[in-house]
Design a protein around this ligand. Structure first.
Ligand code: 2NL
Length: 344
């Protein structure tokens, strides 16, 4: 047993000396083989010697060999970081892992709703027009027959950029621009952003989306207007929807009418209905026959041509269609809200 302990001590000293001579990967590997080689390494031989000892000496001797083994292994392992080549890490794909979900965006609900409206009018032969969001006073008001002191020209509604320039308050200036350039027949819709000086609340925002339509031809009557808007609303909402035309006033149409649909939420039965306020009706459209003065402003002869026009708020109407209680949800860009409308 004493011999055995000496042998282990000698090996440890030998090992410590050899460690000092290591200078590269090769000498490190040689020392590793000398001590840890499975067949003839020093430690393997020591374990073999163990069998020759007396049974009562074996536990202590075994412990000493194991201590030496750990010592050698730890030392060689730490030297490997310095001299050894890094082990190659073989990366194999883990095929049973669930795939990484790609994060898709989604079309905005107001845009989806705009496309629904557009498709109805495209099916009737209308084309889609666009125009500038910054307008002159003339295109936004003057050409549309606004009297000089009409309240809609008031600072409260309009965001002016200068005396003459403003953010359009409706998309009608685009219709003026089209009529200036093109001879009837005209059948167009104009979707787009419009701006008003408003404090945000559940039903108002300083920016919203409007869609206006214009038809100009020989022999266009109020019956065409009525039939078109009836077809439009029944296609958009439902064949069964009830609607009503109410007299109204706009500077650019005469006669004018506002169009309501029956409240989709309470059907007119709930006095405290949040959507219709208990009246049972929701105002959806403004409309009318184009005022002859507007035609004169764009050099279209009102003795030959007549036409109708209409306008609606896209986001406001989407609120009713999707039963959303606050316009501002549309513009908070919360994907949890937006993704609900795009389930494809
Ligand atoms: C609304 C609905 C409306 C028009 C827009 C229009 C355009 C031209 C000539 C005549 Cl160029 N009319 N557009 C007509 C009626 C209603 O908008 O509620 N506006 C305040």
């Amino acid at each position: 047993m004493k011999n055995f302990k000496n042998k282990i001590d000698d090996y440890k000293k030998e090992f410590d000396k050899a460690v000092l001579r290591i200078k590269d990967e090769k000498s490190l590997q040689e020392l590793r083989n000398l001590f840890l080689s499975r067949k003839k390494g020093r430690l393997t031989l020591l374990f073999k010697d163990l069998k020759t000892l007396k049974p009562e000496d074996k536990p202590l001797a075994g412990q000493m060999i194991n201590e030496l083994k750990s010592y050698v292994q730890e030392k060689l392992e730490s030297l490997k970081e310095k001299y050894g080549t890094p082990e190659k890490v073989v990366k194999r794909p883990e095929l049973t892992l669930p795939g990484k979900k790609k994060y898709w965006g989604a079309p905005h609900p107001v845009h989806l709703f705009q496309e629904e409206i557009e498709n109805i009018f495209l099916s009737l032969g209308y084309s889609i027009e666009e125009g500038p969001e910054i307008e002159t006073d003339y295109y936004n008001f003057g050409a549309l027959n606004f009297p000089p002191h009409h309240p809609a020209r008031d600072d409260w509604d309009t965001l002016y950029l200068s005396d003459n320039l403003l953010l359009r308050t409706h998309t009608s200036p685009v219709q003026i621009r089209v009529m200036e350039k093109r001879k009837p027949p005209i059948r167009i819709i104009i979707p787009g952003k419009v701006f008003r000086r408003e404090t945000p609340d559940p039903t108002h925002l300083p920016m919203f989306y409007q869609l206006e339509g214009l038809v100009v031809d020989k022999g266009i009557t109020f019956a065409h207007l009525k039939g078109t808007l009836e077809f439009f609303l029944k296609t958009l909402f439902s064949e069964k929807i009830k609607m009503r035309f109410r007299p109204a006033f706009f500077p650019f149409t005469e006669p004018s009418a506002e169009v309501d649909i029956e409240c989709t939420v309470c059907g007119g039965k709930d006095e405290g209905c949040r959507v219709c306020g208990g009246s049972g009706w929701i105002e959806i459209l403004g409309s009318g026959m184009v005022d002859p003065q507007v035609f004169k402003n764009v050099n279209i002869d009102p003795e030959i041509y007549t036409g109708f026009a209409f306008g609606l708020g896209i986001d406001r109407t989407a609120m009713f269609a999707y039963q959303i209680s606050d316009l501002r949800y549309f513009y908070e860009n919360d994907l949890r809200f937006i993704r609900q409308f795009f389930l494809k």
